[in-house]
Each structure stands twice: as C-alpha cells, then as structure tokens.
Design a protein around this ligand. Structure first.
Ligand code: FES
Length: 563
C-alpha cells in the first residue's frame, strides 16, 4: 500500500504486483509486447520501460511498487528508447504487413504507427524460414516471431501442454516445437490460445474462408450455417456496436445476404447435447457406469484427456459436441428431404480446435464428413467486411426452422459452467424464476477457474467440478486419479472462462471485453422464453419424429477418438 507519483500526479496503490499495473490503472496505456497479466513476467521486450526522478530507466512490468516512487512514462528519452526497440524488432521482421493475416490486429504494427516509424532503417538480416501449415487450426510463421515468449508461456502455464519452447541462443534464438517438429506432430490441442496471446502474425488462424465463398457461389450445393452461442457476443464491437451485446439476429441476416440457404443456431443442438448427456449421466449413475462423467463438448479438452489421461477415456461422454450433433442431424435431414442437392455444412465457431474436431474420424456419418468447414468468429468478421454490408445497420432476422430455436440453457454453453448449468436445469422439475435463480447460485457461476459444488438429486449428493484452462484441468484430473477428489460430473473447457474466450475469437480482449461477453451471454439467457432443453418444442418434435431410432447414429460418437 502506498502512493507514487506518475507524470506529476499522485496515484495510490494497494496490492498491485508491479508498477506497470498501477500505471495502467492510472489511465496510461503504456506499450508492452511481452507482458500479460495472466502469465508470468518475462521482461524481455523492455517497451514498458519508465524513468524515475533520478533518471534511472527500468521495465515497469518487472518492478515492484514502492511507496514514494516518482516515475515518468513519456519523456523524450523514453520515446527515443521505445522507438529504437520497435525499429530493431522490425529489422528482424518480415515486411509483408499489407498482406499479413494480422494486419490491423497486430500490436507491433500498432506500436510502429504510435511511435511514428515510417521507414525501417535497418536491413533484415534473417534468413526466411518455412511456414508450418501442418495444423488444421493454426499457421505458424517464424518470420514474424518477435521472441516475446507469450505463446510458450500460455501453452505451458495456462494450458499445461508445452508444445512450444525456445531453441538456440542469441541472434539465432527461435520459438519452435521441440526438435523443430511440425506443430501437428506435438501434443498441441489446437486450442489457439497461442494465437490469442501472440502480438504479431507469427501464429494465426488456418483460414477456410475461400472454400466457403466457393461453396456459396456453387448453384449445385445447399450451403447451411450454424452459429455457436459465444460468436454472437464477440462480433458487434468490430462494427462499432457495444462490446458483448448479442448480435445473433444481425449475423443471421448477413449470412442470408451472403447466400446461405439455411441458417441455424447451435443453441438448438446444445439442447440436444443436454438431452443426451443428462440421460447418459443418469444411466451411468443408476447402472454403475464409469464416473465421473467427463464432458465432451470441447475438442481441445477431449484431445488433452485422450493423450494425457488415457485411462479416463471411457469416462468421456459419448455425446457428440453441439457442432457435431447439428451437422450430423442437418445432413441426415437433407439426405432424406432435400432431393439431389449436396449439402455443405459450415459452422461459425469461437474455437480453432473445432477445425480439428470436424476432421476427426468420429465426425463422419455414413462416410461423409458432417461439418465441411469451420469458420472462426475472426474469420466471420473478415467475411462480413468483405461483403461491405453495414453490419451495424442491418435489420436482424430469425434463424431458420426446424433447427433454429434453442433454449437459454443452450445459450449459456458459451461460458464456463454453462454445460453443467444446462444439465442441472434439465434435471430440475420446472423452469420457474426461483428454480433458475437457485441453480445459478449453486456454485456453477462462482468467480474462479475451478469450481466445486454439489447439488441434491433424488436423495443423492451429486458432486460436480467445473474447470477451465487445461492447467486447471490437469490439476483436477491428477486429484481424481490419486483418489484425493471424487466427483460424479466434471465439465472442462480448454480456454479460460469458456468459449467466449476461445482461440478463434477476436483477440486483444481486455478485462472489459471479457466481462462484457460474459454478461452478453447471461443477458440473452435471461431474455429467452425457453429456459431448458426439454421445454424446447422443436426438440420434442424432433425426438418424436425424424430423429426416432437415429439417436445413437447421429448424436453419439461410436468410438473414442481424441484427434
Ligand atoms: Fe515489460 Fe516487455 S512488457 S519488458
């Protein structure tokens, strides 16, 4: 606790871990490339350097706050110093900014503009390295790496995977998988968090936009879209709308204008998932099946579980993910009702790992790939920009029937704990306001990355754990493995806070954006007329009609396959 003087103004502080945090709290956006509040401090880029009243310069991210400190954040000396750092980084960086996937979303580019660097004075002495296209989800371009180490730390500290590391020394230093393997040969789970934390274009999304444009231009195919719950709260701010507001109606409208024949809402198949998963859970409880039941919606988690905890593979729910269920059901529906036209299924997802899931051997029905293309939210924003449509002004439209109506329980799949909350709603006797509020307060929405709680059900105390971030998942699974903890149900989301912070969402999301996306999801749930899957009339119609006898074929994985 104490007071420091920042650029002549007194600023009080309490338990902030470094000077940088206090500067930012004082409303000054000091430049950084290697600092992230959720990662360990690396102190490599030196851009956050400030000057004290004796002229000493130090990296503010690595300095503990002291009472009485006097610091300056924007002196001539500092501006010159930061400009030189940026120039040196650019010197060893490829110069294809105009065609770079991250152009406009690159911290290095933004800093070059901010410090008025119009020309790079130094020649690029680095040899050009090949790009790694081995992953279905991400592309690694070592020529754009600035050695900030963010990807290395997020992969090991938050995701406990460790697919990337530093190799070589000095000017030869590089970030790469061990033994310079291709990323697809490592334990990479395709979560895309390395891409979210990468400040440049060194790690980007593996795009599928052109395949989708080609399908839309083909008169011989029916192109069908599904939109995942968390996409709706991450698009609007790219078009000047308030952060976190749901724009589902506008997204549906713009997809219709692009030429999609049908646009469905993945909240519908999230309801299907809960119908199946809660039935599977009760069956395992009543008939002595493998417990705890591990959720299977998140493909990065399923891959992690399969590779790191193979002894628990039978615990993973056999239910397909909402993406998988929707695509399998839609393709079957049009095989039966759609004439000769081939159906191309495009899913709009917050997640890079969904691209991997779509290619998994258990994502095929009768030899046909269920989901043809996965487009992340960031790619969707690019596609909307390509159309030139004024997204902010476009009139919202409703999703198409019969697969366009979902419950509030389907919407909350977008946040950590949402799957579990939807399961509890399914088990609840009614959907009254009081029941919904009681469920929301049972511990499932607690503000932590590992949530443990229990709920009473039929005379039994159902023990539940919800965790997000794979490092937290590892912790939970190690405790279950050692017998230290026992649960009946475990929900894991690979990305911290759940899909709203998925690897395919627009990056540069600060705390305000995270909170706004979370609130946007809960707000849409609150506004929904249908709260639980079994009260969704389209779901009951489907079970009583078209789906009868096909539940196993279309809604379940018939083999465990992690990747
Ligand atoms: Fe402090 Fe990089 S942000 S050294």
């Amino acid at each position: 606790m104490g007071t420091m003087t920042i650029d002549g103004r007194k600023v009080e502080f309490t338990d902030e871990k470094n000077v940088l945090t206090i500067i930012r709290k004082a409303g000054i956006d000091i430049p950084t490339l290697c600092y992230h509040s959720e990662l360990s401090t690396f102190g490599a880029c030196r851009l956050c350097t400030v000057e004290d009243d004796r002229g000493r310069m130090f990296a503010s991210c690595s300095e503990e706050p002291r009472d009485g400190m006097v610091i300056f954040t924007n002196t001539g000396k500092l501006r010159k110093y930061r400009k030189l750092i940026i120039e040196l980084l650019l010197a060893a960086h490829c110069r294809d900014c105009t065609t770079c996937e991250k152009s406009g979303d690159c911290n290095l580019q933004a800093l070059a503009h901010r410090y008025g660097i119009m020309k790079v004075r130094f020649d690029n002495y680095k040899e050009t390295m090949p790009l790694d296209f081995s992953s279905p989800s991400i592309v690694r371009d070592p020529n754009k790496c600035i050695l900030c180490g963010n990807c290395v730390r997020v992969c090991s500290e938050l995701q406990a995977v460790g697919a990337l590391g530093f190799a070589h020394r000095g000017s030869d230093a590089m970030v790469m998988p061990a033994f310079n393997k291709e990323i697809a040969e490592t334990d990479c789970v395709n979560c895309g968090q390395c891409r979210v934390f990468c400040p440049t274009g060194a790690i980007s999304i593996r795009h599928n936009k052109s395949e989708v444009w080609d399908a839309l231009a083909d008169p011989n195919v029916r192109v069908v879209a599904q939109i995942a719950p968390s996409v709706r709260v991450a698009v609007g701010d790219a078009f000047g709308l308030p952060k976190g507001d749901s724009t589902i109606g506008k997204i549906i409208s713009v997809l219709h204008r692009m030429g999609f024949d049908e646009v469905y809402d993945t909240t519908f198949s999230a309801d299907l998932t809960i119908m199946e998963e809660s039935a599977e859970f009760l069956d395992r409880v009543q008939n002595g099946g493998k417990l705890p039941l591990l959720t299977s919606c998140c493909p990065a988690w399923v891959k992690f579980a399969g590779e790191q905890f193979p002894e628990f593979s039978e615990n993973v729910s056999t239910c397909r993910s909402p993406q998988g269920m929707m695509s399998a059901v839609v393709k079957e529906y049009f095989r039966e009702n759609g004439g000769d036209k081939k159906t191309v299924m495009v899913s709009f997802m917050p997640c890079t790992a969904k691209k991997m899931e779509a290619k998994r051997s258990n994502s095929f029905t009768e030899g046909e790939q269920d989901t043809d293309y996965v487009i992340t939210t960031s790619e969707l924003i690019d596609m909307i920009r390509t159309t030139g449509i004024d997204f902010a002004e476009i009139e919202p439209e409703s999703a198409d029937i019969p697969f366009g109506l979902g419950s509030g329980g389907g919407v909350i799949f977008g946040v950590m704990g949402g799957v579990t909350e939807a399961v509890i709603r399914r088990l609840a006797p009614d959907s009254s306001k009081a029941t919904m509020e009681n469920i929301a307060e049972c511990g499932v929405r607690e503000d932590s990355f590992i949530r443990e709680f229990s709920i009473p059900y039929n005379g039994m105390d159902v023990k539940i754990c919800v965790a997000s971030g794979l490092a937290n998942a590892r912790k939970v699974m190690e405790q279950v493995k050692s017998g230290e903890k026992e649960y009946h149900l475990i929900e894991i989301m690979a990305c911290r806070r759940g899909c709203i912070m998925g690897g395919g969402q627009p990056r540069l999301a600060g705390d305000r954006t995270k909170a706004a996306r979370l609130n946007g999801i809960y707000k849409e749930d609150k506004a929904s007329v249908i709260k639980k899957c079994d009260e969704n009339p389209m779901i009951t119609t489907l079970y009583d009609g078209f789906l009868k006898g096909k539940e196993h074929k279309l809604l379940h994985n018939h083999e465990f396959n992690a990747c």
